[in-house]
Write a protein that binds this ligand. Sequence first.
Ligand code: IFM
Length: 460
Amino acid sequence: MTIEAAALPPAIYGVATSSYQIEGATDVDGRGDSIWDTFGRVPGNVVGGDTGETGCDHYHRLSEDLDLLAWLGVDSYRFSIAWPRVLPDGERVESRGLAFYDRLVDGLLDRGIRPLATLYHWDLPQALETAGGWASRETVERFATYARVVAEHLGDRVGDWSTLNEPWCSAFLGYDVGVHAPGVRDPARAIAATHHLLLAHGRGTRVLRDVLGPDASIGLVINPAPVRPASDAAEDVEVVALADGMRNRVWTDPVFRGVYPDDVLAAWEPLADLAALHRDGDLDEIAAPVDVLGINYYTPLYVGARAAGHEGASPAGPGQDHVVELSGPPPASAMGWSIDPTGLYDLLTRLDADYDVPMAITETGGAFPDAPDEDGRVDDTDRIAYLDGHLEEFARAARDGVDLRAFYVWTLLDNFEWAEGYRRTFGIVRVDRDTMRRIPKRSAYWYRDLLAARTVRPTG
Ligand code: IFM
């Protein structure tokens, strides 16, 4: 049983990618190193020693990929701009980098596809990391400059913008757990990065509004999750609230209410000099009005109390060593993430009740152990079931009154899945790593047929 086109809420449907995961061409046309180039050069950081050097060679195969998007029949394409292509050292503007995004945007518009540009999807110029990275307040200034350069260049053709993608990953995976670039393990720097990412979002929003005017749609993309206790034990249930603060409210409360959650501040107080970090006026900047909140959803977060028999598990965030992250119930994707479409419904209805903001699903999708046949084709019924289930819950939330504007599948192409390298495949189109040939999987045909069967199309 798969969702019928008639059951899809009127919204924009598309696919999403990010620059470092697909572009390749890391040393051409003046591009500078990003933190992921540097991180990937250190043995052991990425499975198999993979790097984004080749990616999907999208930089050189742009028109083929644009044709693929047109073939899919998507309304919109969500992509990110590589900061080190545009400002290789964080300061000097590289016109050849901007020219690539001209070709991308013009190619989309020529094909009737609406661009949604994300400014930051994790590829910080290495020069800025060397100067302190997101733990330094100066990076906020650099981000504002970058936002202005890009908006002034593309703003005549791109109306939909996001400032950051999943700042939770940038701050915690990058600076606390160290499994993502820049590979730092320092809770104080993770807490500083959280604040500076929020501030960069607020300041970037102001810059975008200033350059683009009132008609632009500007948002932030986060990866919130419904938080669930790993068991019914009272100790496990008790830690859910703090884990929710760290994963969800630490982003949404500052952006939509202009305050940090008290429970998170209390947990961070012993770890960082919050009085020096959080300056007067910062929260007003962070709470700059946005038009839409982008939600990337894959799985609920399961947590438990370390003391309740989960001694070996990893902490769920800085200042919460007693709260550990645990696996959820089966079934799981190849990432080991519990598959639970109802989590999407729970999340959307909760965010709607708490913040009353229009939302878009800016990513959802599944990595599965694709097994190509002798012609290289993949019959990915597991991925179709995943997408179908999440579309059903998206539609249910819309029926129940949640203001949902868009749904983007993660992702167009099998690509560089960060610390997992190329071994985890989320694409609805397979990329043969030897030839770079694009081969649509069965899920691509399924999504294409579903979108083509709609009778109501988005306007504007
Ligand atoms: O590949 C990532 C993407 O870059 C950000 N959101 C989650 C995806 C799957 O891990």
